[in-house]
Write a protein that binds this ligand. Structure first.
Ligand code: 3HC
Length: 311
């Protein structure tokens, strides 16, 4: 077969045609550097979120109220570690090593979801995290199944299946507590009060304040904007709260149509503070990750030695 060398202009045209025609971009395909860098940033940050997100829930494994709930929570947290692996794998196809991604996280150069910088104070928080945080994550990730980069889109398909189990696990905890004693009901409401706004912040700043949305939408990395996804999440979550007797902690919430709501103002100062490292648990989360990474050095050394020997 004769290979025809294309010039930059033709390569760009081929890339743009693929995007326009919903053909996935694959690792060996030519892509503009900005597209590659955008994906490296987003996918690796997404991977870090999955892994750091194991910490607030891991806090409750040893104190789960029953063997059943402990087993389910363990399985869920293990799934999150797996999601991190699929996503680091997808990000590595863009030519950056896993070590580099981890270094960027440890040096504070890479972000992870702001929501994981809040503390999980009691068992109801495990319910609220599953229901709201995983619920928000799926809303975003369902749309990312159609993202333009092949390895990212395929990772999302499997992750979404698992996240929908996680969302139900969290909702089941809240629902059980709302059928319990007055104290349990108060705990569930208190957890919703504390996790509602951080969950809304997961979708990122308003579209007009989001520097990355323009390119992300142009290249079909993002299929829906931050605000649109936030609205979708709110519209589907409010009826779930009402069904079990929980009240959304937003005095300005208004129903504006059938299953359509307008929400009150988000505290963007709090959002940027958390993103810039000043949330209640930022330091603790990062230190824990660094410590765990150092403690695991011998495992990586053994795996590398075995790999080298078996070549
Ligand atoms: N937490 C931390 N950083 C955030 C953020 C949040 N909730 N929302 C926005 N940011 C950051 C962005 O990363 C960006 O900073 P950067 O340029 O240094 O990377 C800056 O704020 C401006 O935001 P933009 O809207 O311009 O950024 P994006 O277009 O990248 O949109 C996003 C942000 C919606 C989070 C998008 O990156 C995205 O969809 N990422 C993939 C999904 C993801 O990361 N989800 C994490 C959820 S947790 C999870 O999945 C774990 C599960 O187990 C619950």
């Amino acid at each position: 077969m004769i290979e025809v060398e294309l010039n930059q202009e033709e390569l760009l045209k081929e890339f743009e045609d693929k995007i326009a025609n919903e053909v996935k971009i694959e690792p060996r395909d030519w892509m503009p550097d900005e597209y590659r860098n955008h994906l490296i940033r987003q996918i690796s940050q997404h991977a870090h979120s999955e892994v750091i997100g194991m910490q607030p829930e891991g806090n409750w494994i040893s104190r789960a109220p029953s063997l059943r709930s402990k087993k389910i929570l363990l399985a869920k947290i293990q799934d999150e570690g797996g999601h991190g692996l699929y996503l680091y794998g997808a990000a590595e196809t863009l030519g950056v090593s896993r070590d580099q991604f981890i270094n960027w996280l440890h040096e504070g150069k890479a972000k992870y979801a702001s929501v994981f910088n809040y503390p999980s104070l009691n068992w109801a928080d495990v319910g609220a995290i599953g229901w709201l945080v995983d619920g928000a994550a799926i809303t975003n990730q369902v749309s990312l199944q159609r993202t333009s980069y092949g390895p990212y889109a395929r990772a999302m398909v499997r992750i979404c299946k698992e996240e929908s189990f996680h969302q139900r696990q969290g909702y089941e905890i809240m629902w059980k507590m709302m059928e319990g004693t007055e104290d349990q009901k108060r705990m569930a409401q208190d957890a919703l009060n504390r996790w509602w706004w951080p969950a809304l912040m997961m979708f990122g700043p308003h579209d007009s304040e989001s520097p990355n949305t323009g390119n992300a939408v142009k290249w079909k990395i993002k299929r829906e904007s931050n605000d649109r996804l936030r609205e979708k999440f709110i519209n589907k979550t409010i009826p779930q709260a009402e069904l079990i007797g929980l009240k959304i902690p937003d005095p300005n919430l208004k129903q504006i149509g059938e299953e359509q709501y307008a929400h009150g103002d988000i505290d963007w100062k709090e959002f940027w503070d958390v993103i810039n490292g000043n949330g209640p648990c930022n330091q603790q989360r990062l230190e824990h990750h660094i410590q765990a990474h150092q403690d695991g050095a011998w495992v990586r050394e053994c795996a590398n030695a075995y790999h080298t020997k078996s070549k």
